[in-house]
Design a protein around this ligand. Structure first.
Ligand code: SF4
Length: 382
């Protein structure tokens, strides 16, 4: 690729598209398996297993996803088994991965695959797009990797490579920039060269291992001979970043009541974020009302605030929200019954720590953070 022409007004041209594709595919053939970070879903062409991996990989790093994916596929190995599973089991297997809406939509889409498509995933990206939670990226990834369709799949890594390679100046997360990136991705994907799945994975791997966000390794990049950003000295400026809005701050108090082997948890029934998950009972508060929120929550639980001690504050950051939770602790008396539910919770139970450790009880990472902060005896989850 180093001997190829520099970027010029000839771009785009079908011949150059093909040259680029060849260069990246031969790099992938030579280094792909090593560079591809030994990911277990790379060893399969099972569309269901790929679908689960691509859903988990949305918003989550590959290294984090690996144990979750293995556990999920072991417990629910087919789309049929996922369709038949109870939501509680699906959320439990997802516990700790975050963005639980993904799990709910995956579950609902699996039911549709069984009911509408006879238990087999549709093969075309356009048909996959009709499933709950399957966006353009996931549809393109499944269609190209599992079903050999020459479909494009643009994730954050691919968008960065293409924005630099074509020197796309628009914000690639905005409507115009995204449309441009998808257009060149579709054009390249359509070129009849190599296996569609290899092309999808080669582009992703280049972004993940060479065209890195902070320090791109241009000297070892198979595309360097034609890279527009490199030729213009603009690699560090691309892709252009949108100025992010500060996340909204949400404050709450949490009461951790635990004994040596168990903890009091409540089942959240409202809110898109944590619905269906078991959590430490919490109560939101606004300026100046921390004590009031504590008293209200203690009253709902039927305990005296004086029996609680403050442990500190847990900060939990989600994409649009910064949660600040002040943690109070007390001893769990096994003989008591607690009242909490309604309208935000639907059940309250004493849950053995072993159920959290074994991922049989759905709960969010925030619950684990609150337990760490509480440092109650017997709450060692890891
Ligand atoms: S030459 Fe550098 S900036 Fe261009 S695609 Fe390769 S790694 Fe990215």
């Amino acid at each position: 690729m180093g001997s190829m022409e520099r970027p010029s007004e000839q771009w785009p041209s079908k011949m150059l598209d093909r040259e680029i594709k060849r260069a990246l595919l031969s790099w992938y053939a030579a280094t792909g398996d090593r560079a591809a970070r030994d990911l277990p879903w790379r060893g399969t062409r099972d569309p269901y297993a790929i679908w689960v991996s691509e859903t988990m990989l949305q918003q989550t790093r590959a290294a984090t996803v690996v144990p979750y994916w293995k556990r999920f596929i072991e417990a629910l190995p087919t789309v049929g088994s996922l369709a038949e599973a109870r939501e509680e089991q699906v959320l439990a297997l997802w516990s700790g991965l975050g963005y639980y809406r993904r799990a709910r939509m995956l579950h609902s889409a699996a039911k549709d695959v069984v009911a509408i498509h006879g238990g087999r995933l549709p093969q075309r990206a356009s048909a996959l797009l009709t499933l709950d939670g399957v966006g353009k990226y996931t549809a393109g990834a499944i269609a190209s990797i599992a079903f050999n369709e020459r479909a494009a799949a643009v994730d954050g890594n691919v968008a960065r490579v293409l924005a630099r390679f074509f020197a796309i100046e628009e914000d690639v997360t905005g409507a115009d920039g995204s449309a441009r990136v998808w257009a060149v991705a579709a054009r390249l994907a359509a070129v009849d060269e190599g296996e569609p799945g290899d092309w999808t994975q080669a582009l992703m791997d280049l972004g993940a291992t060479v065209c890195l966000p902070q320090e791109p390794q241009c000297t070892r990049c198979p595309l360097r001979g034609r890279c527009a950003a490199l030729a213009r000295g603009a690699v560090g400026d691309l892709p252009r970043k949108r100025v992010k809005r500060a996340p909204m701050e949400v404050r709450s108090v949490a009461i951790v009541l635990a004994s040596k082997g168990a903890i009091l948890l409540a089942l959240r029934q409202t809110g898109a974020l944590f619905r269906g998950l078991w959590e430490v009972p919490q109560q939101p508060w606004t300026a100046g009302s921390l004590r009031g929120a504590l008293r209200a929550l203690a009253r709902r639980l039927g305990i005296a605030p004086a029996a609680l001690s403050v442990r500190g504050e847990v900060v939990h950051i989600l994409s649009h929200r910064k949660m600040r939770v002040t943690v109070f602790c007390g001893r769990l008396d096994g003989r008591r019954r607690f009242a909490l539910p309604g309208p935000d919770y639907s059940a309250i139970e004493t849950v053995p720590f072993s159920e959290l450790r074994r991922h049989t009880r759905p709960h969010a990472t925030l619950t684990r953070k609150l337990l760490d902060m509480a440092n109650m005896p017997g709450n060692r989850l890891r």
